[in-house]
Structures are given as structure tokens and as C-alpha cells.
Ligand binder design. Structure first.
Ligand code: PEP
Ligand code: MN
Length: 360
């Protein structure tokens, strides 16, 4: 899939002087809920209304979407508000139903992008369509799987393509529901600078009070748009309650966001700097997470030593670690002095932790 300006055409046709906004509930729940939210979003920066009709849930037993009946509600919402309608599709049958009901934007969810069979099935069902098709990143941090999905859609002659960055699953808990790993989206953007890139701060954060910050970060990184889950009664939403905002909050978020221009030289500098700083911030966060994890293990060792009444400081073991780390550090371009200082500090913190455990 070569890069070309045509990838942007559909987005340029919106003729917006701000990022593209897609908003609406995680799931369509009732006709009344869909219509109320759509009407509240009508006269705002929102161009596209989103609502999940078929919901892929990680565990069975949750609300799995209202199904095809919801498509009628979307049609009605479009007729009443003029907003374009978007929903998630995961099978050829979903695509067929969505097309029959004149859905304008179809997105492929993160749990579908991981499966090349499923993406191919959807791509074949969509072959040659002039609908807008957005591909979410796969749940796991794998750029080639994301690119592979894009190629399948592109090869099915789908012209109006875009991608949604919704973060990646991690085994360890982080402050995000799905870790952004911005560098993966940046890499995709570097390869296809004209491919519209939309950020989904709702699924990245999982928490409504973090949405503003992550949206701003996305705009600082030159994302082309945002998709934000919006509900009239977020706390009582049937899915993803914690991350949905009200239409009023959504409008406030947009008021507070600073949209950066892409064009002049200073902005090129700022956007490159922002990208690099984002990467540094991500490493710093990881360093703290790793150190926190290391100290927890140190606590466990402290407990074990206490149980067996062994001394905390084990000099032989410590000297072995240091020798190895100095060599490893060197191979990563880190000076011996730095490695020594850093591990001294880490070791001291471990001892402090273990002493605390001993005193308990
Ligand atoms: C959604 O957009 O509601 C959704 C299910 O998202 P994701 O595929 O990113 O989990
Ligand atoms: Mn959701």
C-alpha cells in the first residue's frame, strides 16, 4: 500500500477548520437514548455519530449489543440530525446489514483487527464500497498486524480509509485501560503521513477525567481527529460507563483543547519535539513502573529473609549484580559511572524497603 494524497481526500471533503470529531455512546441502548444523544450533538463540532450495535465483549455475559434493530435507530437519528452514522462491523453479515441501513462509516474493532481471517472477510464484504472505513489498532502492540489489516482493506479497493489508535492491552495494570504506546501510532503516521489518524481517548484511558489530557496529547502529535464516547447518562450506560462523558462535557473538552497548526516551520519543530517528548515520557513511566515492581519483589525477599532470620545485606550477590550490569550497560551506551550510581540508589531503596519489612 503506497502512500498517496488520495488517502486524505475523504477527510478534506469535510472541509473542517478543526480536527474531525466522532462522538456518541459506546452502545446503542434504546431508540430514545440514541435520538437524545444525537440531538444534543447536532449543533457542535461533531460530524459523525458513533454507536456500537454489535459489541464484542471480552467475557461472555455482558451486554452484547442490541443488534440489527439499532440500525433503524441510527437511520432515524441521521434523518433527524443530518449527522453521519458510524458503527462497528466484525463479520460479512454485519457489513451487509450496515450497508442496507445506509451506515456511513464502518469501523473494525481492536478485537477483530487481530484476526486476519475476520479482517479479510470484512474487507471482501466491503469490496469497492465508497463508505468510510476505519481500522482500529489490534489489541496487542503489533504494528505489522495493524498494517496487514490496512493492506487487506486497501487491496479490497476501499478508497476512504483511516485508522483509529485506541491503545494496547497490557498484562500489568497501568494508569490507562489500554496503554497508548504512542510510538506505534507515530510509526504508522511516519509511513503513511496522508492516512487520516484518529485517536480514541475513551478506550485508551477508560476514565472520563483523563480524556482531556490524552486528547490534547493526540492533537499535539498531529492526529487528524478524535472519537469520544458520549452518553446522556454515562454512569448508567450499558457498557463502558466509566469512560463516557456527557454532551456538555464533550463540548467543554473541545473548548479547552488547543488545536495546533501543521503548516509553519515553528510548528514543524514543535510537533517533532512533542513526538520525541512523548517517547521520553513513555520511557519514564515505564522506568517507574519497573522500579515499583522491583521494590515489591524486594519486599518479598525481605519477608523471606525475616522468616529465616538472614541478614539483609548480601555483599557477594550485590557485587555479582553490579559487575553484570556494568557490562550490560556498556553495550547499551551507558557509562560505568552512571550504572554504578543508578544501581547504588536502587540498591539503597531495596534495603530501605527490606528494613521496613523486617521491623514490622
Ligand atoms: C468501541 O469502540 O466501543 C470498542 C468496542 O472499541 P475497541 O474495539 O477499541 O475495544
Ligand atoms: Mn466502548
Amino acid at each position: 500500500m503506497e502512500n498517496n494524497k488520495q488517502l486524505r481526500t475523504w477527510l478534506d471533503e469535510f472541509n473542517l477548520n478543526h480536527p474531525l470529531v466522532i462522538a456518541g455512546p459506546c452502545s446503542a441502548e434504546t431508540e430514545d437514548q440514541v435520538l437524545k444523544i444525537a440531538h444534543e450533538l447536532k449543533d457542535s463540532d461533531v460530524s459523525i455519530f458513533r454507536a456500537g450495535i454489535w459489541k464484542p465483549r471480552t467475557r461472555p455475559g455482558g451486554f452484547e449489543g442490541v443488534g440489527a434493530i439499532g440500525l433503524k435507530w441510527l437511520q432515524k437519528a441521521k434523518a433527524e440530525t443530518g449527522l453521519l452514522m458510524a458503527t462497528e462491523v466484525a463479520t460479512a453479515a454485519h457489513v451487509q446489514l450496515a450497508l442496507e441501513h445506509d451506515v456511513d462509516v464502518l469501523w473494525i474493532g481492536a478485537r477483530t483487527t487481530v484476526n486476519p481471517f475476520a479482517v479479510q472477510e470484512v474487507a471482501d464484504a466491503l469490496r469497492g464500497t465508497d463508505k468510510i472505513v476505519l481500522l482500529k489498532n489490534p489489541v496487542n502492540p503489533d504494528l505489522s498486524l495493524w498494517l496487514g489489516g490496512l493492506e487487506r482493506l486497501y487491496n479490497a479497493d476501499i478508497k476512504k480509509l483511516g485508522v483509529i489508535h485506541r491503545g494496547f492491552s497490557t498484562y500489568e495494570k497501568t494508569k490507562y485501560r489500554n496503554n497508548p504506546e504512542w510510538q506505534i501510532a507515530i510509526e504508522l503516521q511516519n509511513r503513511f503521513p496522508d492516512l487520516p489518524l484518529i485517536c480514541d481517548p475513551s478506550h485508551i484511558t477508560g476514565k472520563r477525567d483523563m480524556i482531556q489530557d490524552v486528547s490534547q496529547q493526540a492533537l499535539d502529535l498531529n492526529f487528524d481527529g478524535l472519537i469520544i464516547e458520549t452518553h446522556i447518562d454515562p454512569d448508567n450506560a450499558w457498557s463502558d460507563a466509566a469512560q463516557q462523558v456527557t454532551p456538555t462535557t464533550l463540548k467543554q473538552i473541545f473548548k479547552d483543547l488547543k488545536v495546533r497548526k501543521e503548516t509553519d516551520e515553528a510548528d514543524d519543530y514543535n510537533s517533532r519535539l512533542a513526538k520525541l517528548r512523548t517517547q521520553i515520557d513513555e520511557y519514564d513511566e515505564k522506568i517507574l513502573e519497573i522500579l515499583g515492581g522491583r521494590m515489591k519483589i524486594a519486599d518479598q525477599i525481605g519477608l523471606l529473609k525475616k522468616e529465616k532470620n538472614v541478614a539483609i545485606l548480601q555483599n557477594k550477590r550485590w557485587n555479582e549484580i553490579l559487575g553484570k550490569m556494568i557490562l550490560d550497560g556498556e553495550s547499551k551506551g551507558l557509562s560505568e559511572e552512571f550504572v554504578l550510581q543508578m544501581f547504588k540508589a536502587i540498591h539503597q531503596e531495596s534495603i530501605n524497603h527490606q528494613e521496613k519489612v523486617y521491623k514490622k
